[in-house]
Ligand binder design. Structure first.
Ligand code: SAM
Length: 242
């Protein structure tokens, strides 16, 4: 499967049709569908994850931070969720999307599909995942430089400006706090959306970062565990998006 073919499918926002046709092929859940997409796009994730895990099977702290040793479809957001969520923001001007803890770079692939002129940066600390992601980006005609091997909680790391940040429970609460502190600094002077996926990050926001939802509310994306926050747009606006 090439990304181009899917782009044609998605051009008229006919993702639902595509999902339906996948169901007809017996691919029931979004994770199963995503696994098929991974294969078709040329990913070799099982091999990379097995090699990674066998390198140091006893470092539990690193494994939990890097989401290692888990069924690898839980490590990444299903393609359908990324599409549904990004589509909710389709009416807004978006020049750049940043994924904080990017795994193999799925979000970047979907950005290319839905917003071909948009820029993307995916930061990921596990070098082997970045290498595999870059290989597939090259294969699919995306810029491999979009994926960067970085530890985003290092003191020296400054989060670049972006219109959308995507953050899926990338690590433990302490690490999440480092990133949320940076994102919420001078919050109302910046204009961005934050898509936060997962229980850990959204509970932390609920408890410690009311600034993210006090003024503009938040939007729970149907059938996903993604929540959208914004520094400048009232989240009621998203209810109107068709
Ligand atoms: C749950 S996965 C999400 C992957 C991708 N964003 C998605 O939604 O498909 C989180 C990723 O963050 C990475 N990660 C954890 N701590 C990190 C850090 N300090 N800097 C960069 N990446 C990190 C993990 O290795 C893992 O690949």
């Amino acid at each position: 499967m090439s990304l181009k073919k899917n782009y044609v499918l998605l051009e008229d926002c006919r993702w639902q049709d595509f999902a339906k046709s996948s169901e007809n092929e017996g691919l029931k859940t979004s994770r199963e569908k995503s696994m098929k997409w991974d294969e078709d796009l040329g990913f070799n994730i099982l091999k990379v994850e097995e090699d990674l895990y066998s390198q140091d099977p006893h470092d539990e702290d690193y494994h939990s931070r890097a989401w290692m040793g888990l069924p690898f479809q839980t490590l990444q957001t299903p393609y359908s969720e990324i599409i549904t969520t990004l589509n909710l923001l389709k009416d807004f001007r978006v020049k750049r999307v940043i994924d904080l803890g990017a795994g193999y770079g799925r979000v970047g692939l979907m950005v290319k599909l839905l917003r071909p002129n948009c820029d993307f940066i995916g930061y990921e600390m596990v070098g082997e995942r970045v290498k595999e992601g870059k290989r597939v980006y090259q294969l699919q005609g995306l810029n491999p430089q979009w994926l960067k091997c970085e530890n985003i909680v290092e003191e020296s790391f400054d989060i670049p400006e972006s219109d959308i940040y995507f953050l899926y429970d990338f690590s433990d609460p302490q690490d999440l706090k480092v990133v949320l502190d940076q994102l919420t600094e001078n919050f109302f002077q910046k204009e961005f959306f934050l898509i936060a996926k997962g229980k850990a990050v959204n509970s932390l926001i609920q408890m410690k970062y009311p600034v993210l939802y006090a003024a503009h509310g938040r939007h729970w994306v149907e059938d996903t565990d993604c929540v959208i926050y914004s520094s400048f747009i009232d989240m009621e606006e998203l209810k109107k998006v068709k």
